[in-house]
Design a protein around this ligand. Structure first.
Ligand code: FMN
Length: 182
């Protein structure tokens, strides 16, 4: 599952996510590309703590089922004010058990920082949800200048790091799978 963390018009997150999805498909992954703009989850509106799985809303059941299907998660995250987007936080907060024991990688992007402060801010939340972070990040600095006409022109270093990230996700997914059903 690849989650596009940006929902604003004109976002570069979608082209970057399409680049990541194309690499992942070539590497043999079956991709569910989650565009949070399309998913359009309301701000968290469930009465019970997500850990109880006492869902009441159709959008929560649907999101739960979709995440449940995933063996690994790749977040494509912008950096907003030294953190990540509210849409991504909202989508993560909706669920709990569904995330647990799944490997997660981050393709972070932004200005000079390459989105690494967003990735660092995500760490605490991902660990709380029981996602297992692979130790490889793609960090794209000056990302805006690499997107033209809706296409991300990756540099060779981005392709190489993404390759290592995907290989780590695959390894972690097979190692973690037996631990998930507890
Ligand atoms: C609200 C907002 C806050 C931003 N804050 C940062 C920041 O703290 N660090 C940074 O490197 N870039 C920052 N940027 C620049 C974004 O990284 C850049 O605009 C990027 O294209 C955002 O991703 P998106 O186009 O997919 O939404 C910010 C952009 C926005 C819209």
């Amino acid at each position: 599952m690849i989650i596009v963390g940006s929902v604003r018009p004109g976002r570069i997150g979608l082209p970057i996510a399409r680049w990541a999805a194309s690499h992942a498909e070539q590497a043999g992954f079956e991709i569910d590309l989650v565009d949070l703009a399309e998913l359009a989850l309301p701000f968290m509106d469930e009465p019970a703590h997500p850990g109880k799985r006492a869902y009441t809303k159709p959008h929560t059941f649907a999101w739960s089922e979709r995440v449940e299907q995933a063996d690994a998660v790749l977040l494509v995250s912008p950096e907003y004010n030294h953190s990540y987007s509210p849409a991504l936080k909202n989508a993560l907060d909706y669920l709990m058990q569904e995330w647990q024991g799944k490997p997660v990688g981050i393709v972070a992007y932004g200005g000079a920082s390459g989105g690494l402060r967003a990735a660092a801010a995500l760490d605490q939340v991902l660990a709380t949800l029981g996602l297992v972070r692979v130790p490889v990040d793609v960090a794209i600095n000056g990302a805006g200048s690499l997107v033209a006409d809706g296409v991300f022109a990756a540099e060779s270093k981005h392709d190489a790091t993404l390759g290592r990230l995907l290989a780590a996700l695959e390894r972690y997914a097979s190692t973690l799978r037996p631990l998930r059903k507890v």
